[in-house]
Write a protein that binds this ligand. Structure first.
Ligand code: SF4
Ligand code: SF4
Length: 338
């Protein structure tokens, strides 16, 4: 590939979302965002916040893309698709065209080589589809965890792949950039997608991996209020042991994550996270046992392990778990460790 001539054309449109995924993208870990894309051979045809074209220039670009005169290698859609009222899509008409956004997306998806859902709104419906969902919002190829969405379960883009769900609310800039770079390099196939069509490079991880509270989790030494250092699974609603994402090994802005900021993982990469059926920061329990047990762990094991761990919790871990800063430092008992 001639890297001086970016030729992987990316078109980014915003639909029914908050724009937070674009805000997140702008925090990509690079001093030269456009340079990074250019070096990967990516040509950003248009993005609502990063491009100068507007009005008739944009409409002309979209027309050329929709009828195949302008090649679109990756159509990135941010935000959910608003089908209301009554499946007309007229709650969201693309300004200056008189045409509902969902019709633009259908036309463009039919010619694009790849279709990429940017964020959980575009993947599953997300926050916009919450509550009574008055706009009849959905994802590109899912309604929460039900295949379908705007394009239908059988949709395949020009490459033969389904919609690539770069889910997250917002999605991590690294997930977007790495996905686009792999696509541009021709190194992304169906085998790189998990069962919900998320890129495996981040979805084969759990938020729990690399969490700084792992020692508290091991001993079931739990936080009781937001500022506490302990594990947030037992009382504070943390779902990190079940949630697919690498937030604690690929940090945000180079240093943070929800759990590092004292905020429970609310499962924002998972379908239906917006309707957990309980307050986000409370752990639902039956007979004192959290309902959402760790992935891959039978309930009986968890209960046995939890009671054993609790009975063996070191004083240091127990004291620190319910404090907002270290109360007891690790003891220094041995030197010349072997
Ligand atoms: S996924 Fe979240 S951050 Fe992204 S557009 Fe939707 S609501 Fe905003
Ligand atoms: S706070 Fe959440 S992610 Fe961190 S150790 Fe506890 S359960 Fe795991």
């Amino acid at each position: 590939m001639d890297i001086t001539m970016p030729n992987f054309n990316v078109l980014w449109l915003q639909s029914g979302g908050c724009g937070g995924c674009s805000m997140s993208l702008l925090c990509a870990d690079t001093a030269d965002f456009h340079g990074q894309l250019r070096d990967a051979g990516i040509n950003l045809l248009w993005h609502p916040s990063l491009s100068l074209e507007s009005g008739s220039e944009l409409i002309d670009l979209l027309e050329r893309a929709a009828d195949g005169r302008l090649r679109v290698d990756a159509l990135c859609i941010e935000g959910s698709l608003l089908r209301g009222p009554n499946n007309t899509g007229r709650f969201h008409v693309l300004a200056g065209t008189g045409i509902p956004m969902i019709d633009w997306v259908r036309r463009l998806a039919a010619t694009a080589r790849q279709v990429v859902a940017i964020g959980s709104c575009a993947a599953w419906g997300g926050i916009t589809a919450g509550g009574s969902n008055p706009t009849d919002a959905c994802g590109l190829q899912y309604d929460d965890d039900r295949p379908g969405g705007l394009l239908g379960a059988s949709f395949r883009s020009g490459s033969g792949l389904p919609v690539i769900n770069v889910a997250g609310c917002p999605t991590h800039p690294g997930w977007v950039i790495d996905s686009l770079m792999a696509l541009a390099a021709g190194q992304f196939s169906a085998a790189d997608l998990d069962p919900l069509n998320r890129p495996r490079f981040y979805a084969d991880q759990l938020v729990h991996h690399g969490c700084t509270r792992n020692e508290y989790y091991e001993f079931k030494a739990s936080a009781e209020k937001p500022s506490d250092l302990g594990c947030m699974m037992e009382h504070m609603g943390c779902k990190g042991t079940q949630v697919h994402a690498d937030c604690n090994t690929r940090l945000w802005n180079g240093e943070g994550s929800c759990t590092r900021g004292g905020y429970a993982c609310i499962a924002c990469t998972e379908p239906g996270f917006q309707e957990p059926g309980h307050p986000f920061h409370e752990t639902p329990k039956i007979a004192g046992i959290p309902i959402g047990l760790p992935t891959d762990m039978p309930k009986a094991w968890f209960v046995a392990l939890a009671s054993l761990s609790k009975s063996a919790t070191p004083k240091r871990v127990k004291a620190n778990a319910t404090a907002d800063h270290l109360q007891v430092a690790p003891a220094v008992r041995k030197t010349r460790l072997r």
